[in-house]
Design a protein around this ligand. Sequence first.
Ligand code: ZN
Ligand code: ZN
Length: 115
Amino acid sequence: MSNTFDQDFCPACGTILPLPDGSSMIQCLLCRKIQDISVFHGAQSTVHVDFRSTRDERKESDAGDTVEGTMIQRKCPRCGNDEMAFTTRQLRSADEGQTVFYLCPKCSFQEIENS
Ligand SMILES: [Zn+2]
Ligand SMILES: [Zn+2]
């Protein structure tokens, strides 16, 4: 690409405005109207900002209510599988201790233990 600089058009007469000479003001050669090109370029840069995509990604990882945790060596009392997923959750107040959840990935058996 040889001409990467955005050419602006005069909103009054449609003539291509001359390239800026360092200042943000350009005078149209045809109708002599003075344009502030920083307005054009400021509007262009905000179009590409997308806040929603990052917010959605974070929501997905937080909202996961399925019990997923560290796999530990623990025999499932139902199916005998020797690995269970281990997660802890703080219920109610801190002085009541945390609740430990065990989940068998094989049969979905859930064991809850209060410490
Ligand atoms: Zn003009
Ligand atoms: Zn099991």
